[in-house]
Design a binder for this molecule. Structure first.
Ligand SMILES: [Mn+2]
Length: 344
């Protein structure tokens, strides 16, 4: 028995912070890639697909997107088991194909050979037998009890007859054994922002008798990647570009890359953001976030003649503040007088 476990596909979601053209490309490529997931299901002989919630991003997504998805479901013929997520609990599932099986109060479980797929609507003690492989499918957060979407796993698996818990809601892959139960979050299938960096994909599960094996399979073509790059002592534009290049070595050309500049630059620095951007315009998307700070040469300022900054420094030095505060005040004051971002 081979199962493809996915969740948080968020069909219809977009990252509105990207330029419109990139948004359009991502949207269209994600639809095509989702279609290719069904080709994999067929070619790699999966017996079942499980979607643990948040299939659609909201109840308002276009009919065209929904129909194109359900057409693929209908063609694949294998059972596609689904539980509602917090994003699509209000979506109206009308005229879905027969093999799209929504587990809810009306239909709390689904049996397939010796595999029993349970939902939170099924009382485990009544229904799950030790002869079955019992799989609970649910959408929510099992880690954070203060979350609005908290799932109390200990309450759902009281008799320990549950062999596997397949989850959705947390957007990154996570597999953990809790007591005797293996819990898996496959993560979102695609990412929609720099808060969801790295590989995105699904989980392949193989069940032979009662033994269960699983592995994460990276799938999304475009990853969001965020890297820090320290530019201290690199004032020459070529040195800065080289430093950035080293920081993003493990990014691919299809990625959406953010480089966060850190460290200190001097007044002689050739830190030209547009030059850095154009050096990496061969990536699908590239942006620079500049958190680097100006390194202030206090000795030079002290020696300036008729200088307001020099005057300010000598006022601070003659004050009754302690050394630590004097340093902080000097730095902030000079940054403010130079029109730089303040280090607080
Ligand atoms: Mn989600």
């Amino acid at each position: 028995m081979k199962i493809l476990h996915t969740a948080d596909i968020h069909i219809g979601a977009k990252n509105s912070r990207l330029p419109a053209l990139k948004q359009q490309i991502l949207k269209e490529e994600n639809i095509l890639q989702l279609n290719s997931l069904f080709t994999k299901l067929h070619d790699e002989h999966y017996d079942m697909m499980i979607i643990a919630g948040d299939l659609f991003h909201s109840k308002n997504i276009s009919q065209r997107l929904a129909s194109s998805f359900f057409r693929k479901v209908e063609e694949i013929k294998i059972p596609v088991i689904y539980v509602l997520g917090n994003h699509d609990e209000k979506f109206i599932f009308n005229n879905v194909p027969e093999n799209f099986i929504i587990l809810n109060e009306d239909r709390p479980f689904y049996q397939f050979d010796n595999i029993k797929i349970l939902s939170i609507y099924q009382n485990e003690s009544e229904s799950s037998s030790a002869d079955n492989v019992n799989i609970l499918v649910a959408h929510g957060d099992i880690y954070n009890s203060s979350s609005r979407d908290y799932l109390d796993l200990s309450r759902l698996t009281t008799n320990n007859n549950i062999d596997l818990v397949l989850l959705g809601h947390i957007h990154s892959y996570r597999k953990e054994d809790i007591g005797k139960t293996t819990t898996i979050y496959p993560g979102s299938l695609f990412s929609n922002g720099f808060d969801e960096c790295g590989d995105k994909g699904y989980v392949e599960i193989e069940i032979l008798n009662k033994s269960i094996n699983s592995k994460f399979v990276p799938f999304a073509k475009h990853r969001y990647m965020s890297k820090e790059c320290d530019i201290t002592d690199k004032d020459d534009i070529n040195a800065i570009v080289l430093a950035v290049q080293n920081c993003i070595q493990d990014c691919s050309k299809n990625d959406l890359v953010r480089v966060v500049l850190t460290g200190y630059f001097t007044e002689d620095s050739e830190k030209y953001i547009s030059q850095i951007n154009s050096s990496f315009n061969n990536y699908f998307y590239f942006e620079v976030k500049d958190n680097s700070k100006l390194k202030i040469d206090f000795d030079k300022i002290r020696n300036e003649k008729l200088s307001f900054k020099a005057e300010f420094l000598s006022l601070v030095e003659d004050s009754n503040e302690n050394e630590d505060d004097k340093n902080k005040i000097s730095l902030l004051g000079i940054e403010a007088l130079k029109g730089e971002n303040l280090s607080i």
